[in-house]
Design a protein around this ligand. Sequence first.
Ligand code: SF4
Length: 351
Amino acid sequence: MLASSSLPLLPKDLASDCEVRWCPGCGDFSILAQMKKVLSVLGLPRERMVFVSGLGCAGRFPYYLNTYGFQTIHGRAVAVATGLKLARPELLVWVITGDGDGLSAGGNHLLHAMRRNVDIKVILINNEVLGRSKGQSSPTSRVGTRTKSNPLGTFDTPLRPLSVALAAEATFVARTVDVDIDHLGETLLRAARHRGAAFVEIYQNCNVFNPDVFAYASDKAVKFDNVVYVEHGKPMIFGKDRDRGVRLNGLTLEVVSRSQVASSELLLHDETLAEPILAHLLARMTYQPDDPTSMPEVMGVLRAVERPPHHDQVEAHQTGCDPSEVDLAAFYATGETWTYEENEPPGNQLP
Ligand code: SF4
């Protein structure tokens, strides 16, 4: 059992004694450093924090933090975290996953944790490739990416992680990037403080198998022309000279020049809208290289709404249920149940 330490814990107190074994220059180093700072700010004792991971490079996270942790199997981190949160609702439960782990084998679990509003913080580190298994395509690899599994270039339509989370009714949805450390830290802190399912996509540079795929969104020389940082209640303005904005035109978003439209025409960001329709539009904004009409990609919190978390719903349901109102004997007598016999031949188990 972990020993309590005097609070607050400093970032250095949250480092484990395991050697960090990511490739030199990997974006995960920055994410780990910011996570330790955020945990320090939260002021919780280490035994109240748990990191659950699946497979992939991101799966090493629990080893490097001096908190509780559990590396599970491929795609199952969310399922384990869901059970843990239900059993121990006082814990702050993080899931650290990647685009391969979280959206392939783990996609189904992710959807259901979001719709149930399980109070877990899912950090999806997206590098659009399977790094740990040496560079195959992942569910988010963009069309044309040449990988070891698709040497001629991938042709499947990639998943958009934020769109997946929104479609599953996640109550907190955000995006940030590994090297923008202030924005990354603020986003992780907001996710930690959200009561309910939080989903954060982090653009991460796998400098070995998919280098610079997000350079357009992370390189200071160009990023301000390619991303828009959204803030609740503020107009969507971007560009190195802050000369462009985003406007709603019918059912689509468009980029406008601020010299040609009134400020009142610019879209005001509202992360609290009950209906996530605008958040869906924001999640679909995609940077297109060499296209002067390209949309910027969104960084920040797209959605933050309140809904009772899963463990509260379970408790309310159990409290509100009167077992004496259910005639179990009559239910079992309907013949709608069956028993499974251990050694029954295959195919005979069901009535
Ligand atoms: S393979 Fe890529 S994601 Fe994995 S540790 Fe190396 S740089 Fe990081």
